[in-house]
Write a protein that binds this ligand. Structure first.
Ligand code: ZN
Length: 205
């Protein structure tokens, strides 16, 4: 009877059981309708335990938003849904306003109280094929200044002679205070085996 099984257990559930993004390519298929989740369009994943993985990794089951809402409407009420997009959706912070609004609109339609989100990301940043800034003419050049200088690495700690001396002095005091020869030996042995700060008997003030 032992609890010490060496088999890798399932990886604990991730903090956020959903994920959302706009894929750069349209390779993932919607788990419900089996159609492609198109590149550049919002898709939402349910994270599910991967039963084929011995390491117990979690897999993303991507859905079109409408398809996931359909899944939600059919699943048991106890099954995890999106309650708070910020806490439940991985990648939420990187969504554009339009996508946040779409998700929040759905959650509100389900009676959830969700704060109005404010995307920090702009629409143009969402896809890699975003419009490029014009390079011709006298366009304003953006000068990137490096304000944060890499801090010089701190010098390695110098071993202080004082430390050695204090340790030695401490040792002498303890040895002189110890009448037993065996105990003296024990103290010295302890110092050599555990160092000056490893032993209980040898401590700095
Ligand atoms: Zn679908």
């Amino acid at each position: 009877m032992s609890d010490d099984t060496e088999l890798p257990g399932p990886v604990p559930p991730p903090d956020r059981l959903f994920a959302a993004d706009r894929p750069k390519n349209g390779r993932a298929k919607c788990k419900r309708c089996k159609m492609t989740c198109e590149a550049g369009a919002l898709r939402i994943a349910k994270l599910v335990p991967n039963h084929f993985s011995t390491s117990g990794l979690w897999t993303k089951h991507w859905h079109h938003p409408a398809c996931l809402w359909e899944v939600f409407s059919r699943q048991r009420t106890t099954t995890k849904k999106i309650d708070d997009p910020e806490k439940d959706i991985e990648g939420w912070e990187d969504l554009v306003q339009e996508d946040m609004d779409e998700i929040v609109a759905y959650l509100r339609s389900q009676g959830a109280t969700v704060a109005t989100p404010t995307a920090t990301r702009k629409e143009g940043d969402a896809t890699p094929k975003a419009k490029k800034p014009r390079t011709g003419g006298g366009g304003a050049k953006k000068e990137v200044k490096e304000t944060a200088r890499p801090a010089s690495p701190p010098p390695p700690p110098q071993p202080s002679k004082d430390d050695y001396f204090r340790a030695f002095r401490k040792l002498c005091v303890e040895l002189s205070a110890e009448p037993s020869y065996l105990a003296k030996t024990a103290i010295v042995t302890k110092l050599f085996t555990e160092g000056t700060d490893g032993g209980e008997n040898i401590t700095y003030l």
